[in-house]
Design a protein around this ligand. Structure first.
Ligand code: GDP
Ligand code: MG
Length: 162
């Protein structure tokens, strides 16, 4: 089975940017994968010979401006159908209330989760990462998606779980 990776996190943390890096397209291919709903955006990618499916949450109506509740429902649905979650947070914002809410859900959901701290470009990584241990999801992975920095390492290490 091709692993399904869900990108979740608050609006504006860089989920779609990472999605584009991981699928190398701006216009994701929507395939008929059994068990996946169509109200989220799906894309395919490969590391070497190993294929994966990425799910971008957001871009669905109401989400970007959305209430925390809408974000949560979208995220929870994507988490449920995923084999692995990249939980993205913003290095510049630190830990927010929404981050804490999603983190709590992920800790109880029992899904493999990689915490990803995006937008580390221009920041001191070691210092900035420390804050995010508070989320209780293990070691944060530093990323600069818009600079394509860390993307290959992130996906390669994640796929070693499968
Ligand atoms: P989404 O709402 O989570 O899908 O976030 P987007 O992918 O739309 O990105 C939100 C904004 O953050 C855009 O202006 C991106 O260019 C910017 N962004 C994404 N990744 C990075 C990054 O690694 N560094 C910086 N500085 N900006 C980023
Ligand atoms: Mg987006």
């Amino acid at each position: 089975m091709t692993p399904v990776i869900a990108l979740v996190g608050r609006p504006n943390v860089g989920k779609s940017t990472l999605f584009n890096c991981l699928t190398r397209t701006r216009d994701a291919l929507v395939a008929d994968w059994p068990g996946l709903t169509r109200d989220r955006k799906y894309g395919e990618g490969k590391v070497g010979d190993i294929p994966y499916i990425v799910v971008d949450t957001g871009g669905v109506s109401g989400y970007e401006e959305g209430l925390d509740l809408e974000m949560a429902e979208q995220s929870y649905a994507a988490i449920q159908e995923a084999d692995l979650v990249f939980f993205m947070v913003d290095a510049r914002d630190g830990v927010t209330a929404s981050d804490l809410m999603l983190a709590k859900h992920l800790r109880t959901a029992g899904k493999k989760t990689q915490l990803v701290v995006n937008k580390v470009d221009g920041l001191n990584e070691d210092t900035v990462l420390l804050d995010f241990f508070e989320l209780g999801l293990g070691e944060p992975f530093p990323l600069a998606a818009s600079h394509n920095r860390g993307v290959t390492t992130l996906i390669t290490e994640a796929l070693e779980w499968f």
